[in-house]
Design a protein around this ligand. Sequence first.
Ligand code: ZN
Length: 337
Amino acid sequence: MDYGSGEASEISDSEIDEYEDKSYNCLKMGELQVKISDNSYKCPFCAGKKKQDYRYKELFQHATGVGSSSNRGAKVKANHRALANFLKNDVAESSPSLQLMVIETEPSKPKEEDRFVFPWMGVLVNVPTEYKNGRHVGESGTRQKEQLSRFNPLKVIPLWNYKGHTGNAIVDFSKDWSGFKDAMAFENYLEAKHLGKKDWYEKKHHAPEIYGWVARSDDYYAEGPIGEYLHKNGDLKSITDLTNEESRKTDKLVANLANEIEAKNKHLQELECKYNQTNLSLDKAMEEKEALLQAYNIGMCISPLLSIDLLLHKWILRDQIFCTRGQILGIYIMQVL
Ligand SMILES: [Zn+2]
């Protein structure tokens, strides 16, 4: 049995169910590998094209998407339908971790299975192109960046192949959470204008405008220029992956800060110690100065005052003596007269 995309050796529509049953049995018998590890799956019918690391839900989406697509060969569709049935009936989805479930209960955050292309990127399709001098040309990335300026894109990269502009472009947003906010705002804005992913994939008739959305796992695994670009320039990460990475970084930062604080505290203690020593010697110096002052006061300051006092005393005494002498003289004269 040929499991490749094998669109060359096609089967008729009447044989499709039979072919699907055969593929389903092969999957059930374990002849084709689907599960890589607990949390990682691959599509055995698209093997060899890209490194595959699907989550359960993503592979299921891939299988149902290809299985029902109108522009794929009957064999490819039959194989993918078989895979979708096999996943639904025979493979149990590994239960999400407790942490993931906590995230899911918060309404503002995206669903736990959503994996985004990181650094955050937006996908633009239906970008108008013109056929000029033998190839397709479109508006420059700079011009489109200006048009999207309210979402703060870092740059817009038009995707080219040998035929020229493919009508697809990628919008780069900054790597941080503000970039994620901008990317989601960009998606919501287009969705509100019916120019989102669903409108692009589910509607048969498209408006002439540009459609766009935030790149997720299905875009990452998509065939064609978008998937190729995303594969080369990004990784798939869930919000939980990123918050875990961040909290690891924060923990490290906190540990570093704690070390720094400890070092500062030690330095502070040393300074306090020095300060106390200085205070002690200052106290001692003050005491010595006081003692010196006292000694000075006694020896140099008070003694002249004392001598003045003594002098005054002397003078007073002298006056008194003089006075007394005068009085005595008076008495003498009185006696003589
Ligand atoms: Zn596939």
